[in-house]
Design a protein around this ligand. Sequence first.
Ligand SMILES: O=C(O)CCC(=O)C(=O)O
Length: 279
Amino acid sequence: MSHLSQLPSKIKTKSRKAATKAINLIQNRFALSGGKMSQHDRVVFDLKGYIVKPAVLSTQEVKVLKELVLRQKNNPESLPAHERHLPGGAFAPLIDHPAVMNVLLDVIDPDLNKIRLENVFLSYREQGDGEWKPHAGGRTTNPNYAYNFHDGRIYAGMTRVVWELEEVLEDKGGTCFIPGSHKANYNIRTNPIASIDARDSGLWSSYSCPPGSLIIFSEAVRHSADFWQNPHNPRVAIFCAYNHINVRHHKPSIPPEVVAQLAPKHQRFFREVYHPLFD
Ligand SMILES: O=C(O)CCC(=O)C(=O)O
């Protein structure tokens, strides 16, 4: 009898779970509408710790985004409150841009529900601005900086997605990397070596790219900001930190009014840190 009385609630729970599963499958499919990460990109990301995707955005998309971030920087009051900070306003559709999602679903987690976006900021640099500050690199058990390869796939922790909105010239101020250092056996994170970290050690690589390009890198790779030396334009780059749903690196700082105005499919990236199993 008691079994029978529990039946309706069991059916309800089961159908809710089935519906959630179906929705997740559809959302994952949608996020991969641009196709899966190519084997080329997967191997390069694993080998170097970063990939560069040139000219992902159109000239018009870059123009709109540049207008937004420069207004946020110079004249925020001219914007409605929910557009005064990233990831609000015209940036929002980029949160799950297919060129980003196809990489994150491959390197962080194949389930969209398990990917968070914990931090987004503008990096604006004029000629001479910047710093040289190498950090990260080496193997670690810290889940935020982890980079693992297991059972035929990458398990990355915090993954940076950088939208370059202006041209970047090689070795003139783009982010610098020691390729492969996310897998270094010697702990260059906690025991840095000055001759390796020196900008002219010959171990650092940068990139050139047109406006609208994407740089995606594992936070585990040793990297550094650099001094902007491009006389033609400033650096206008949007830095995003994606992470696995189970961990967080940054102190939450995205204003609630920004998240509140995002579409539900984008709001999900700003959920609390917990396993979606408990939803
Ligand atoms: O400003 C840059 O180019 C690099 C920023 C950085 O070091 C980081 O994202 O951890």
